[in-house]
Design a protein around this ligand. Structure first.
Ligand SMILES: [Fe+2]
Ligand SMILES: [Fe+2]
Length: 469
């Protein structure tokens, strides 16, 4: 961290309620409510005027004080007053009024996007509102079984995860859903605290997209039955059984349109490659965050040590994907101004949800993002073969892939779950369900890139909620 100084303020001012000049003794006493400091000077009038000036944020002294070029004596006095907490900030940054205005804009954007798609499924809106109102903790299997429409299941799980990691998104989502039920738009008051509207807008983008996709073909769950569980078993064995179940599930999914769109006669392949790496970046950029809720729990010491080690082994890896994105012409700023793909957001939200609520499910599903043992990284192989972008360089992503291999992360679920001992049937069923949800989500994430960038011909980065529909 940087040392705190006057330069750390945007618009500082001296905030004192007690100010008393004593011409006879040549001192000025100041403080928040009572006298805290007595300052004296041969030029009493100058001291008095300077201090009074500093009580205004437009004092001519502040620019020099912020740049450390003011008179050294004044610089020292102000530093002491700052350490004592008498210098305050007056810049109106991120005010509550501004946040509320931006929230209304984001809600309008979501509403217009849904209107543009003629979304009119009041039942779906009603069900999701009921889901928000129901704060009882439901077992995950029940949540998963609540609909055969996978996007409505995703919406329910997303709302649960936002309640933990982005609480202002929940009342914002409720306001949008109420409007879909025909209620007049209302001024929504949301407690933002440390949260910014940009993250709430990303959540609203996801919700808007989920609602629209829930009405389109292909919304039925692909997974017809999760891994069968009929007896207690060791965590390690569950990890291995899930790996095998996962490979079978993927083999059943038939040909991937994403995979087949990598060909030299597809004029959309470069956009698809760039979009794929952007999605990889969005996921790796939040990847270590997901491990933290698991680490925070009072786990057995060996498991906690492994979770901490996993965190350290992943820290900074987003830079590999960022470098590859940059070689494809996407700057860090552009990546963060754009809206992340809904699937990238859901994947990170869901993993965080499981790391918070059910560490066994989190660790069991960790290999889905790491790559199941024996699976190759298709994106790196295909992009090297088919990219025609002149400066394209996926060496950083390749390095990430090799590091992943070296760190044995394809075995992360076995490694973690070998420390949890025997698991009940109920826990295994929950975990099998969570695994099915996350594996199908990951599978769909790639196919959605095909829909968006090949079929809909969208550019790699997109900035409006409507762009994803
Ligand atoms: Fe990594
Ligand atoms: Fe990894």
């Amino acid at each position: 961290m940087e040392k705190w100084s006057i330069g750390s303020y945007r618009k500082p001012f001296l905030d004192v309620g007690y100010f008393h000049s004593n011409a006879a003794s040549g001192t000025v006493e100041i403080g928040e409510k009572d006298s805290e400091f007595a300052l004296s000077s041969e030029s009493m009038a100058l001291l008095d005027a300077t201090l009074k000036g500093l009580m205004r944020d437009d004092s001519e002294h502040w620019p020099a004080l912020r740049q450390k070029t003011a008179d050294p004596q004044l610089q020292d006095i102000v530093a002491v007053l700052d350490d004592a907490g008498l210098i305050r900030e007056s810049a109106p940054e991120h005010t509550l009024v501004k946040k509320q205005q931006l929230l209304q804009q984001a809600l309008e954007e979501a509403w217009s996007a849904l209107q543009g798609q003629r979304f009119a499924d009041r039942d779906a809106a009603r069900e999701l509102l009921d889901c928000i109102a129901d704060t009882s903790s439901r077992p995950f299997d029940a949540l998963y079984a609540s609909s055969s429409n996978v996007y409505l299941v995703y919406a329910r799980v997303a709302l649960q995860s936002w309640a933990v990691i982005c609480p202002p998104a929940v009342p914002a989502a409720a306001a949008l859903l109420e409007r879909l039920l025909g209620e007049p738009p209302r001024e929504v008051t949301v407690e933002f605290s440390a949260f910014w509207v940009s993250e709430v807008r990303k959540c609203l983008s996801v919700l808007t997209w989920l609602l629209v996709r829930s009405q389109q073909p292909g919304a039925h769950k692909l997974c017809t039955s999760v891994l069968a569980v009929d007896a207690e078993d060791l965590g390690l064995n569950l990890a291995i059984r899930l790996e095998r179940w996962g490979l079978d599930f993927l083999a059943e999914q038939g040909s991937s349109q994403y995979r087949t769109s990598f060909s030299n006669d597809n004029d959309r392949r470069d956009a698809l490659i760039a979009a794929s790496y952007a999605q990889e970046y969005y996921i790796t950029d939040r990847f270590i965050d997901l491990i933290c809720p698991a680490i925070a729990q009072r786990l057995p010491r060996p498991l906690k040590k492994l979770a901490r080690r996993y965190y350290m082994e992943e820290a900074g890896h987003e830079l590999y994907e960022l470098k590859t994105c940059k070689s494809l012409g996407m700057s860090e700023e552009a990546l963060h101004t754009a809206l992340p793909t809904p699937f990238a957001q859901l994947l990170c939200d869901f993993y965080t949800y499981f790391a918070t609520r059910d560490v066994v499910s989190y660790f069991a599903a960790a290999t889905i993002t790491e790559g199941l043992p024996g699976q190759e990284n298709l994106l790196n192989a295909l992009s090297a073969e088919f990219s025609s972008t002149p400066l394209f360089n996926n060496r950083p992503s390749r390095k990430h892939e090799q590091l992943n291999d070296k760190l044995a992360h394809q075995y992360i679920s076995r490694i973690m779950l070998s420390e949890v001992g025997e698991l009940s049937v109920a826990q295994q069923r929950s975990t099998a369900t969570a695994y099915a949800l996350l594996l199908e989500l990951t599978h769909r994430a790639w196919e959605e890139l095909h829909r968006l960038h090949v079929v809909n011909r969208r550019p790699p980065l997109n900035y409006a909620m409507d762009d994803f529909l």
